[in-house]
Design a protein around this ligand. Sequence first.
Ligand SMILES: [Fe+2]
Length: 448
Amino acid sequence: MADRYLTDNFAPVDREITETELEVIGALPAELNGRYLRNGPNPLGSVDQATHHWFTGAGMVHGVRLEDGRARWYRNRWVRSAEVVAALGESVGERRLGGVNNTHVIGLAGRTWALVEAGAPPVELGYELDTVGVNDFFGTLTDQAFTAHPKIDPDTGDLHAIAYHWPDFMDHVQYVHVGKDGRVRRTVNVPVKGMPMIHDMSLTANYVVVYDLPVTISFDLIGAGMRFPFGWNAEHVPRVGLLPRAGGAADVIWCEVEPCYVFHPMNAFEDATGNVVLDVCRYERMFQRDVHGPFGDSRATLDRWTIDPRSRRVSEQRIDDRAQEFPRCNPHYNSKPYRFGYSVAVGEDGFPGINKVDLASGVIERVDLGPGRHAGEPYFVPRQGARDEDDGYLLCLVYDAGRAASELMVVDARAPLEAPLARVLLPARVPYGFHGSWIPDGFDGPSV
Ligand SMILES: [Fe+2]
């Protein structure tokens, strides 16, 4: 089953490209000055299919720079690790190189950071995606453990994260609060059993949400030499923890849920009654039969969990039973009541569309990309001066099998079913990958 994650548009590309002045179909909004960056796995050299996992390939960041309505460049660069440098015949130089930082790329404190699942510290990149080296938040990340999925507090610009770190954190995960200046403000160790894989987290007005779900370290998979040895564990009690933002480990409110797995929440908030509402892409099973990647066990539905922190009761409700992933919302609404979310439609052999979910009306607009076209994560950029939640742009990499190449698509989020505002044609394929950000030029705040 491993070859699923190494063929078609999962297959890695074999070179780095720099191309300037790209062809644009349509009109790029002139206000979009900055870089759209996206990270993903791009193994180089020979890959042992038996032990491969989609999550373990060397990181490659793809970037498109937009300026004054033009697409100035496309670049793709491996995130340098010792392994990558050796394979490319380069020297390490003075740099402290990191691990496989392949999961997300964000902007914070005027820097660009490549992030990874499972604990390794961030790697700083230059503006043109060269690897500067490990940056442990300017020396403040004491335990050297972070995550690919910090969440932004739009009121402060700070980031909040839950890090699991295999094998360094045997009996806990760690809440990490990073200030908008890129310095760690506070950490809290939260005890958990069995080393669960906690991919993402949620933030609300009062809580940090810990998804302690039944995918855990597997000694069978370690014994089999798997490079990402996490598997379904029916013995692990599935639960969600509500850590008060200023609280300690003893204050966590644990609430049991039905067995499932969640990589990504769309958003979370507290309603007028104090209930915690979590909108999540929920899998019935994960890494049970398919231990090479996330698409062989079950498909994610979009569900709403409403938690009463007083009774610890959780009610689960299905919003959309059609398979979807990479949920997003307007970042200004993160941790707050919101109406609109966006996600990628997951099909039998790819990612055939984008969803705009109206959580108030229940209406879901599905953008069908057409034959042979596949979407990546839709990233929402608010329009300058926007007053409405959905007044902005969706930036999304689309793979076009007909052209054997990808494009950056810019969609008016208010009217997603209309033709895209612009399509920037890229000179190569961007393999299916994980997460990205729009990082405006000259912006020192967080872009996550
Ligand atoms: Fe993720």
